[in-house]
Design a binder for this molecule. Structure first.
Ligand SMILES: [Zn+2]
Length: 263
């Protein structure tokens, strides 16, 4: 098993600056070989930086309506069974298990704060101002806010498909965004600005390599990518190549709708 000391010295070698925020994505499988798991990794990260944010998304609150705008990558009326299982969003609702154990442990820390977007909330330490920028119309703004402060993305045992901030580059390049709906105690809320698909995001690896740095902890690759330089590189690439980062799955409604929007 990998001990706290090894995780901490590994993170130290990435030369994070303590005053610059980190947006982390941490795989559950990486935690299996670390003594203390998520708490060890979070402790090591919070020993290195003052500001840490992770996604605490709750797509289990999503509702599929009977009808809605066209070209929205949604099969309206198809969700009746899932709609009945949808949960009401409240700030205390646990994040989806897909977000990983570490994201949920971070959310549960006594000093952590969480935004109140019913589908795409973020949680973290020292991120009060960033999460206050988030609105139903602008779910990605906490990423921009931390990027403006010099944030880096930290991918811990995950590839670029987990790098949610790539959606910010897509949005800034003018790529089509979507509308989804969420169940809340105040009723069903429309959530515009919903990003598309992440299955093509590993196309970002080569272009972002020059601004990235990485090391190994156990068998997990830890990669650090400064957010704004990454977003600028990818935004420029999308403007030149409008299908960049889209996936090639023939059944992907998001990427099909985006390709249609280009023609
Ligand atoms: Zn796709």
């Amino acid at each position: 098993m990998i001990a706290f000391h090894d995780v901490a010295s590994g993170i130290k070698s990435l030369a994070l600056e303590s005053h610059l925020p980190v947006i982390a994505h941490i795989s559950d499988s990486s935690l299996d070989e670390i003594k203390g798991g998520a708490d060890t990794v979070l402790g090591a990260l919070l020993g290195a930086v003052d500001t840490l944010m992770m996604p605490s998304f709750t797509l289990k609150c999503m509702i599929i309506p009977q009808a809605g705008p066209v070209d929205n990558a949604l099969n309206y009326g198809s969700g009746n069974e899932n709609n009945s299982l949808a949960e009401f969003f409240t700030p205390r609702l646990p994040s989806d298990s897909l977000m990983g154990v570490a994201a949920e442990r971070l959310r549960l820390m006594p000093e952590a704060v969480r935004s109140n977007h019913p589908l795409l909330s973020f949680a973290g330490i020292g991120v009060d101002a960033a999460i206050k920028t988030q609105t139903l119309n602008n779910p990605l703004s906490p990423l921009q806010a931390l990027g403006d402060l010099g944030a880096s993305i930290l991918l811990f045992g995950v590839d670029q498909s987990a790098n949610f901030s790539i959606h910010l580059a897509e949005k800034l390049a003018g790529r089509k965004q979507f509308i989804r709906w969420a169940l809340t105690p105040a009723g069903v809320l429309e959530c515009p600005g919903f990003p598309g698909c992440n299955h093509g995001f590993n196309q970002a690896s080569r272009l972002t390599e020059p601004v990235s740095r990485q090391m190994l902890i156990g068998t997990s690759t830890i990669k650090v990518i400064p957010l704004l330089p990454m977003v600028q590189i990818l935004q420029q690439k999308i403007l030149k190549d409008p299908e960049f980062l889209l996936c090639d799955r023939s059944d992907c409604d998001f990427c099909t709708a985006i390709r249609t929007s280009l023609s």
